[in-house]
Design a binder for this molecule. Structure first.
Ligand code: SAM
Length: 243
């Protein structure tokens, strides 16, 4: 089940306007080029920014997300008809044989349950052609990103076309080992409505992710930095072996 901020239609339309700088996706576009990928599965595609970037370049893309409202935003965008949008997650994928699977913007951290994480890795592996790659990122726990998730650091007011001014901020709720819970609040100036969305993310160590990938039959080719967030992310480049 996805969080309110992705699955409530009133919040899903805010995702892009509240986070318009998608320079984080440049490195993923370069990887698609580096691998010469022609068929890509974008898991946790959300509002489809990355899937649409690829479709524009002539790549055959399947975008999958458990949040229907985010998929609706994605499908309504220019070029949305070029992508195959699927409501679901990595555990219920249809038969696919893609060159590359991706999970951008730390979508991997949304999968907090270990069984669901293992099943997602297995589902993605089955969707890759032999030799196909799986690339995703997760925040380095040692950088304790959650220490910056507070009202003072996050408060802002954004004018959203068609919606009006939206004030929003985040509050940290709880840190319980690798699980970090926080709550976003949104105040709509147009009607005074206040909506909140509570999320929990799992912060995994690099060694833990490597072991999980190996256990599900991947080879880990590389663990890179995210060029736009140096020292803060682990970007895993995993591969389904040919034999
Ligand atoms: C931070 S958003 C990133 C969206 C998109 N990848 C991007 O770059 O904008 C995280 C996404 O993960 C999705 N998500 C939540 N649980 C998931 C799961 N179990 N499997 C795949 N995606 C999931 C959410 O619905 C949301 O769209």
């Amino acid at each position: 089940m996805a969080d309110e901020l992705f699955q409530d239609p009133r919040l899903a339309v805010l995702y892009d306007p509240l986070d318009p700088d998608r320079g984080d996706l440049d490195a993923y576009v370069r990887l698609v080029e580096e691998f010469g990928a022609r068929q890509v599965l974008d898991l946790g595609c959300g509002t489809g920014v990355f899937a649409l970037l690829l479709a524009e370049r002539g790549v055959d893309v399947v975008g999958v997300d458990p949040a229907r409202a985010s998929l609706d935003v994605a499908g309504a965008k220019a070029g949305g008809e070029r992508v195959r949008w699927l409501h679901g997650d990595g555990t219920d994928l249809p038969p696919l044989q893609v060159d590359l699977a991706t999970m951008t913007a730390n979508a991997a951290q949304q999968i907090t349950d270990h069984g669901a994480w293992r099943a997602t890795l297995a589902g993605v592996r089955a969707a890759l052609r032999p030799g196909g790659r799986f690339v995703f990122e997760t925040r380095d726990p040692s950088r304790r990103a959650w220490e910056g998730w507070n009202r003072a650091a996050s408060h802002g007011v954004t004018e959203v076309p068609g919606v009006g001014a939206v004030e929003n901020w985040v509050d940290l709720v709880e840190v319980d080992g690798p699980l970090v819970t926080f709550r976003w609040s949104y105040v709509f100036a147009a009607d005074g409505q206040v909506l909140t969305s509570e999320s929990t993310l799992r912060f995994r160590e690099r060694e833990e992710v490597e072991a999980d990938l190996l256990a599900q039959g991947y080879v880990v080719d590389d663990v890179r930095d995210a060029p736009d967030r140096p020292g803060r992310e682990f970007v895993f480049l995993a591969r389904r072996p040919r034999a």
